[in-house]
Design a protein around this ligand. Structure first.
Ligand code: UD1
Length: 339
């Protein structure tokens, strides 16, 4: 069964390609290499002993997308990762974000209509909830006005898919709302490859640990949490990748309850920034140079998932811990810096 993975050389995309190939799916990757590299293809091949079909393609080029689907009309499922994801950049370049994340989604859905099997998995984010009134966050929590154009593209993206499913009754879609994906594959063949100064916590921690950065700035020490730092739900990228295979299989088996569904993907456990630092120190045996500084604008105090729906309806649950994820992220950092 042929599955298209857009953004399949990216962080979550590449780990998902591995899990799909492990389950026997035939994978076609498209990626424009804007935030990834061809070496990732070698990493996937080394882990799975199978090289996925790859095409360098920019989804903004509508005619290229049309041509691609003419050549691959036997695709039975699309997992759509390709998107821009830097919050600050999206504030500075909103139109670029709407083109990259929204126009491309529309083009893909238009082509999906022409396939025999119209199964679609969308990369969404817990950012759609903003600061939820109740924790843990269930799928019934209201979607809050987005804090950034990036967050808005996830909300609008979900709405576009829902509307498309409503009129094109044969399109079946699942939106997966990720909490904070971290870590790397245990083989250290693939992992996160941030360009420039990392904005996300864990790559910043591992780069500080290896000496590329002098000090981690912990953004805010006066939040209403037990140690004053923000709480997030850090999920191992391999657990997250497996959820995509489970969600896709649900659609392929026709087990979906409605033709548009959405699920939270997290561990269900919140950890503070300082707990993440302590986890790094435990697995690496190093002490991390950090300093508590002012809050970062736009950060929410706490977010972690209620995983009951994903556990019971998808039949998926995480198996890896924060320490497992941090250990893999640290091994990956050491590998890429000594190459
Ligand atoms: C961020 C985005 C979110 C996006 C997600 C994608 C913001 C406000 N939110 O989530 O919309 O979906 O990335 O991966 O940018 N921290 C530090 N020092 C650092 C970096 C982070 O203390 O150098 C703290 C943050 O304040 C936060 C936690 O670590 O409390 C996690 O930060 P981050 O990894 O950036 O994720 P989110 O902010 O949760």
């Amino acid at each position: 069964m042929k599955i298209l993975v857009t953004g399949g050389l990216g962080f979550i995309g590449s780990h998902t390609v591995v899990e799909l190939q492990n389950e026997g799916f035939e994978v076609v990757i498209i990626d424009n290499l804007s935030n990834s590299s061809m070496e990732v293809l070698d990493g996937i091949t080394a882990i799975t002993n199978k090289k996925p079909h790859f095409e360098k393609l920019d989804l903004r080029m509508k005619s290229d997308v049309q041509d691609f689907f003419k050549r691959h009309d036997d695709i039975v499922g699309v997992i759509h990762f390709a998107a821009s994801k830097a919050v600050g950049e999206s504030v500075a370049e909103p139109l670029m974000y709407y083109e990259n994340n929204i126009s491309t989604l529309v083009y893909l859905l238009q082509e999906l209509r022409g396939l025999n099997k119209k199964n679609f998995i969308f990369s969404s984010s817990c950012t759609v909830y903003g600061q939820a009134d109740e924790l843990p966050i269930t799928e019934n929590a209201p979607v809050k006005p987005a804090e950034s154009p990036y967050g808005n593209t996830k909300q609008i993206g979900e709405e576009i898919i829902r509307d498309a499913c409503r009129v094109n009754g044969d399109i079946k879609a699942i939106a997966l709302r990720y909490f904070n994906p971290i870590g790397a594959h245990s083989s250290t063949e693939i992992g996160e490859l941030p360009i420039g100064v990392p904005q996300n916590l864990v790559p910043f921690i591992t780069q500080t640990g290896i000496g590329m950065r002098e000090q981690l700035s912990v953004f805010g020490g006066d939040y209403q949490t037990f140690d004053g730092t923000c709480v997030r739900d850090y999920i191992h990228v391999v657990d997250l990748a497996k959820a995509h295979v489970v969600a896709l299989q649900r659609l392929l088996d026709g087990k979906n309850d409605s033709n548009y569904e959405f699920f939270n993907l997290g561990t269900g456990t919140g950890s503070t920034v300082l707990e993440a630092v302590q986890s790094f120190e435990r697995v690496s045996g190093k002490s991390l140079n950090y300093k508590i500084v002012d809050r970062r604008e736009g950060d929410i105090t706490a977010a972690y998932a209620d995983t009951s729906k994903a556990n019971s309806v998808l039949g998926w649950q995480t198996t890896l811990t924060l320490d497992d994820a941090m250990d893999s992220a640290w091994k990956w950092e050491q590998k890429i810096r000594t190459k």
